[in-house]
Every structure is written in structure tokens, then in C-alpha cells.
Design a protein around this ligand. Structure first.
Ligand code: ADP
Ligand code: ASP
Ligand code: MG
Length: 437
């Protein structure tokens, strides 16, 4: 069986949903994972933030305009009065649910329930559309099988056991439709896999059912060799290894959720990135095959904070790094980059929630400097080959850009540079010119 995930733009209107329905109707058995229609999750986030602040009027305004948008889509999606009525009733019930949270006791629990509505609506509408057109499909509620544990990690055993149960309850069908992004947490409450998490859903589902292939359908023809939002002449890469794709996703290539590659890699299931707007384009195949000796792509990750801890006798004092890392661990704050010298260590983080506490604790071990608003630019490929001059080409490209940290050799597939946010666009363009054009 295959898993096909369609992102927000791919199901962003009634017309797009119809195109997706044509795409999935090829007789091959599959699970179709859908995101919310584009813009919906952002609107739901806005609604929730108004409700936190008890701005009920502002929340109601966004709720009404979103509901209106869905009512229009319903009249364009369905042909028959029967399904138009069904669609309208569906929308009404979801929006009544959202409106029921204009209460004073608004907490993270209510917020997560609101955020889940986008995927619940898109999948239900898509299912109705297939039914209206006589297609053999079933709706599989993600909240019945997708679960994260107390550490917010996917609970692979639970997912596998319960998805098999849900599939067998539905019986043999050609198309199973399910929600990306949403899940339950260890307490059974509605939760999610973080923004952009539908990719992660698809790869977790693929691994759980041991799929033949996972396809991520989006609005671009696969992974490009640089970020198309900042660089004009980028090209699609036909093949990537799991390791290369994981590095790119983690370091900012938005086409894939940062952690979505791992489940596919562990289960050795190929992942294909495809373009809904151009279904015949080759896209990118991600597999265990590693192309040797090439620079594949460049990506950039924003919102990075660099922390330098200087200690007079760091390397003499063994155990110093352990103490430093334990502080980050105690605040559940992952470190992205590390560089060391005789007198100190620099690390970067992308989550500043506990920055003050971390700096206070680090102060016991040395002098601490914090730099905000940095960007990690990361070159990915098979870079460790002898004498190929890759590092030289990379540094030559960015020779006029101030570099705060360099990381190379942590894996064979990544050279990362920490630079100022204002230099990001220029650095990405210089790297494209020098490495690919
Ligand atoms: P979806 O809604 O389908 O999940 P996303 O917006 O999350 O789509 O991801 C697709 C977008 O990722 C593209 O439109 C593109 O702007 C952006 N992107 C960033 N870096 C890359 C890259 N290296 N290759 C392809 N797309 C990229
Ligand atoms: N709808 C969610 C979001 O916008 C999940 C996704 O699209 O992947 O973040
Ligand atoms: Mg996405």
C-alpha cells in the first residue's frame, strides 16, 4: 500500500480538491493524508490567540469569515443538493464547536482542539466528494490511532497496532482518507505534531503499515538545491539520500517537516516529493541510496541564538562539556551547532523559552555571551570526499560575509555556517552562484 500526503495548497480550494481526487483515483490502494486547506491553520492559531486574550469579538470576526469561506467552497465542491446540504451541515457543526470556546477559561487544551478542526474539515469534505462521485473510500480518524507519548515523541507501537485495527474495521477499500498533523497525547487529549506536521503523519503512517512508498505532494516539483523563497534560479534535485534529506529538512527546507524523514529512513521506505500542480514532473526520490561526491543543496534555518561559554581552563577540566550539556538537557532545550576551543565552547539553540535560566546556570562555569537573531546556513551533500575542494568552494562563495561559527564533520553530509540574519539572502544567493550555477 502507498501513503500519499497532500499539503494545504494542494487542497486549498474546491477545484484543487477535485484535482487531488482525480490524482488518487488510479486503482492503486492507498492512504491519503490531508492537511487543512491553506491558510486555515494560521486562522485557527489567530482565533486561539484572541481567545487567550479574551478578545471574543476579534475571534468571532475571524471565525465568521472562515466559516463563510468554507460555505462557498462547499457550494463549489458538490454537484447535488444532497451533498451540498451534507457539506453545509458539516461546516456548521465544526464552526459551532469552535464558537463554543469563546469562554473565559481558555487553555492549551481548548487551543489544541481548535487547531485540529482544519484537518477534520478537509478530510470530511474530501470523503464526501469521493462518495458523491461513487469512489470506494473510507475515512480513518487520526485521533483513533496517532499518538504521542509523555516526551511528545510518536508512540510507534501504539500507532502501528491501532492503525491496523482502524483499517481492518473499515474493511477492504481502495482509498483510505486520514488527517495529517493531529494526534492524541499520552493523556488522550487532542494534540498535534507541530506546524507543518502532516509530512510527519505521512511518514509515521508509512512506517506503521510498512508502505511501499510515501509520497509528499506539494506546490513545487521536489526538493530544490536552494530555498526558492530567497533564490531565483533553483533546480529540483532528482535523488537524495535519507541522511541528506533529513539534514535539509532539519536545517530549514520547508518542503519537509524537520523530523519527517526519520520514520521512513528507519523503515527504509522511499519518499517521493511531487508537485500537485505539475503531476508529471519527476520530483525528488529520497532513499537509502547515497550519491557520492557532490554538493546537493543549501538550506537556512532562522531564529537561532548563539551562546558562548568561556572558561579559563576548559579542556584541562574534563567533565566541563558534560556540565554544559546537562544544563541544556535539564531545560529540554536541544542544541543545533557546537564548536569548541581551548578556552571555550559555543553552541546554538532555536528555542529560547528557557534562555534566561540556561544563562544563569552556565554563569557558574564561565563567562557567558549571548548573540540573538542568527541564521544557520547549511550545505548538504556527500562532502567528506578527499581533495574535492568543497569546503574551499563554500568559503570562497561567502568570503565577504561575517561568519560566527563553523561546523563540519559532525556527519559526512553537512557543513554549517552561523551568520547574521541580515546576510542570509545574500549568502544563499552567493552559494547558489558558486556551487550550482
Ligand atoms: P505544504 O503546504 O504542501 O506542506 P509547504 O509550504 O510546507 O507545503 O512546503 C512547500 C514549500 O517549501 C515550497 O513552496 C517552497 O517555497 C518551500 N521550500 C523551502 N525550501 C525548499 C527547497 N529546498 N525545495 C523546495 N521547496 C522549498
Ligand atoms: N495544517 C498544519 C499546518 O498548517 C499541518 C500541515 O499543513 O502540515 O501547520
Ligand atoms: Mg508543509
Amino acid at each position: 500500500m502507498r501513503v500519499l500526503k497532500f499539503g494545504g495548497t494542494s487542497v486549498g480550494s474546491a477545484q484543487r480538491m477535485k484535482e487531488v481526487a482525480d490524482l488518487v483515483d488510479d486503482g492503486i490502494q492507498k492512504i491519503v493524508v490531508l492537511s487543512a486547506m491553506s491558510g486555515t491553520t494560521n486562522s485557527l492559531v489567530e482565533i486561539a490567540s484572541h481567545l487567550y486574550q479574551k478578545n471574543h469579538d476579534a475571534a468571532n470576526e475571524i471565525i465568521s469569515s472562515l466559516e463563510e469561506k468554507y460555505e462557498k467552497e462547499v457550494t463549489q465542491l458538490f454537484k447535488s443538493e444532497e451533498y451540498i446540504t451534507k457539506g453545509k451541515e458539516l461546516i456548521k457543526s465544526h464552526f459551532e464547536f469552535i464558537k463554543s470556546f469563546t469562554i473565559d477559561m481558555f487553555t492549551v487544551f481548548e487551543e489544541k482542539a481548535i487547531l485540529a478542526q482544519g484537518e477534520l474539515i478537509s478530510t470530511a469534505l474530501f470523503h464526501y466528494y469521493l462518495q458523491e462521485n461513487g469512489k470506494d473510500s473510507a475515512l480513518m480518524p487520526a485521533l483513533d490511532y496517532m499518538r504521542i507519548d509523555k516526551k511528545n515523541e510518536p508512540d510507534a507501537d501504539y500507532i502501528k497496532e491501532n492503525i491496523e485495527k482502524v483499517i481492518s474495521e473499515q474493511g477492504e477499500k481502495n482509498i483510505y482518507i486520514t488527517q495529517g498533523y493531529i494526534c492524541r497525547n499520552a493523556f488522550g487529549e487532542i494534540d498535534n505534531l507541530q506546524r507543518g506536521g502532516s509530512d510527519y503523519s505521512a511518514s509515521l503512517i508509512g512506517a506503521a503499515i510498512n508502505a511501499d512508498e510515501i509520497q509528499i505532494w506539494t506546490d513545487i516539483d521536489g526538493m530544490h538545491n536552494n530555498d526558492p523563497r530567497y533564490v531565483e534560479k533553483t533546480q529540483s534535485i532528482s535523488e537524495l539520500s535519507f541522511d541528506e534529506a533529513a539534514e535539509l529538512a532539519y536545517f530549514g527546507a520547508k518542503i519537509l517537516h524537520p523530523t519527517s524523514v526519520l520514520p521512513a529512513k528507519l523503515a527504509n521506505i522511499p519518499v517521493r516529493l511531487l508537485n500537485t500542480m505539475e503531476p508529471k514532473a519527476e520530483g525528488t526520490l529520497i532513499s537509502s541510496k547515497q550519491r557520492k561526491e557532490r554538493m546537493a543543496a543549501v538550506a537556512a534555518k532562522d531564529g537561532i541564538t548563539a551562546i558562548k561559554i568561556k572558561s579559563g581552563r576548559m579542556l584541562l577540566a574534563y567533565g566541563f562539556l558534560r556540565k554544559v550539556f546537562e544544563i541544556f538537557e535539564s531545560y529540554k532545550t536541544p542544541i543545533d551547532m557546537i564548536t569548541t576551543s581551548e578556552v571555550g565552547v559555543s553552541v546554538t539553540i532555536d528555542d529560547n523559552t528557557h534562555l534566561n535560566e540556561i544563562v544563569n546556570d552556565l554563569n557558574k562555569y564561565g563567562t557567558v555571551d549571548v548573540d540573538h537573531d542568527k541564521v544557520i546556513v547549511c550545505v548538504v551533500g556527500d562532502l567528506i570526499a578527499d581533495n574535492k575542494g568543497y569546503a574551499n568552494a563554500i568559503f570562497d562563495a561567502v568570503k565577504d560575509i561575517p561568519i560566527r561559527m563553523i561546523s563540519y564533520g559532525g556527519s559526512n553530509y553537512n557543513l554549517s555556517l552561523l551568520i547574521n540574519a541580515e546576510d542570509k539572502k545574500q549568502a544563499l544567493n552567493l552559494l547558489s552562484d558558486k556551487l550550482f550555477n
